[in-house]
Design a protein around this ligand. Structure first.
Ligand SMILES: Cc1cc2nc3c(=O)[nH]c(=O)nc-3n(C[C@H](O)[C@H](O)[C@H](O)COP(=O)(O)O)c2cc1C
Length: 333
């Protein structure tokens, strides 16, 4: 399916007015080209719902082990929980055996989801050692078999998230993207760094542009976008179809919407955090995920006066209710 990016500017029905664009990934239409990245430990159902409420056009789940799904491990099954109100949603698989990846895609296909993404970019040693994530950049033949197997077993369009290459001597993004397209994927996300870069070093916008010129499927650009304007600049300069934001969305789910002050008031932040805590309370056994919740909560105060004192108080809370009471008691001017 060819990439169709129609640019329409209009007001959003969402709480924060956004500039809306339409992007087509296979049969799926995305109404805002700002999408939430997969972030292990963060992009659970509550955070995805929050980001959608603040205007994200599409949200990606944390990476989900194909092996864990096929062997019905409870912690993996918990991760595929979804809700119709969060759609469109992409669930991301990682693994290295094409057959297992295909079986996992069939299981995921029974969920009410919109895309299955394949992780071909994760740099973490534990993942690399087993030949999955970014290691697949070194074994494109296996990567190709995985994509074909997942496409064959999937009810929804399949996308791939990857990096520019293994290291700076082996930048292969253009050829890899062509392979991804020919194997049947409907879009590709490029975190424009190599495996050896990890999360530092310059993000290669030029490579996003080259990949966009090389393939007909939509290209999603990713890496170090710190505010909405950064995303708009990447869209304009590289011609990519959408931009993916990861770390900068933590404690700042409004980043997906235009016209929100990039440094919003404390009142605005607390409203978002309170909503986040409300969603967590509705969806999870709150005290089981207290550490993770505190981690999220601390990020809403980033850059504000007194933020380190506030973070300290957050980390000292012993229960979810204590955390909620602490946040409810914060006075704003
Ligand atoms: C804590 C953390 C967890 C991540 N988890 C995943 C993951 O599960 N799957 C994936 O493809 N990338 C993962 N990434 C990479 C991000 O999706 C993204 O490509 C990277 O952070 C660059 O984007 P950013 O600068 O906007 O954060 C993770 C990154 C971080 C920092």
């Amino acid at each position: 399916m060819d990439s169709v990016a129609i640019f329409i500017i209009q007001e959003s029905h969402l709480p924060c007015p956004a500039t809306l664009y339409l992007m087509q990934i296979g049969s799926l239409t995305i109404e805002n080209p700002f999408v939430l990245a997969p972030l292990a430990g963060y992009t659970d159902l509550a955070f995805r719902l929050l980001c959608r409420e603040y205007g994200a056009g599409l949200c990606y789940s944390e990476m989900i082990s194909a092996h864990g799904l096929v062997y019905q491990q409870q912690n993996t099954l918990d991760m595929i929980r979804t809700d119709p109100t969060e759609r469109p949603v992409a669930m991301q698989l990682f693994g290295t055996e094409p057959e297992i990846m295909g079986q996992a895609a069939a299981i995921l296909s029974k969920q009410p989801i919109d895309l299955i993404d394949i992780n071909m970019g994760c740099p973490v040693k534990k993942v690399i050692k087993k030949g999955s994530g970014a290691a697949l950049l070194r074994t494109p033949i296996i990567a190709e078999r995985i994509i074909k197997e997942v496409v064959k077993n999937s009810r929804v369009p399949v996308t791939v998230k990857t990096r520019t290459g293994w290291n700076h001597q082996q930048i292969i993004a253009e050829d890899f993207a062509k392979m991804v397209e020919e194997a049947g994927a409907s879009a590709i996300t490029l975190h424009a760094r190599t495996w050896t870069d990890g999360f530092s070093g310059q993000v290669d916008w030029e490579m996003i542009k080259k990949v966009k010129e090389k393939v007909a499927i939509p290209v999603i650009g990713n890496g170090d976008l710190l505010c909405h304007d950064d995303g708009l600049a990447m869209l304009k300069q590289t011609g990519c179809d959408a931009v993916m934001i990861g770390r900068a969305s933590l404690g700042a789910p409004w980043i997906f919407s235009a016209k929100v002050n990039p440094l919003p008031s404390m009142h605005f932040r607390l409203k978002a955090l309170s909503r986040h805590l409300e969603l967590i309370a509705q969806l999870f056994q709150t005290d089981r995920i207290l550490a993770k919740t505190k981690n999220h909560a601390g990020k809403y105060f980033k850059g504000m006066p007194g933020s380190s004192g506030m973070r300290q108080k957050i980390y000292e809370t012993k229960t979810f209710q204590e955390l909620r009471d602490l946040i409810a008691a914060v006075k704003t001017p």
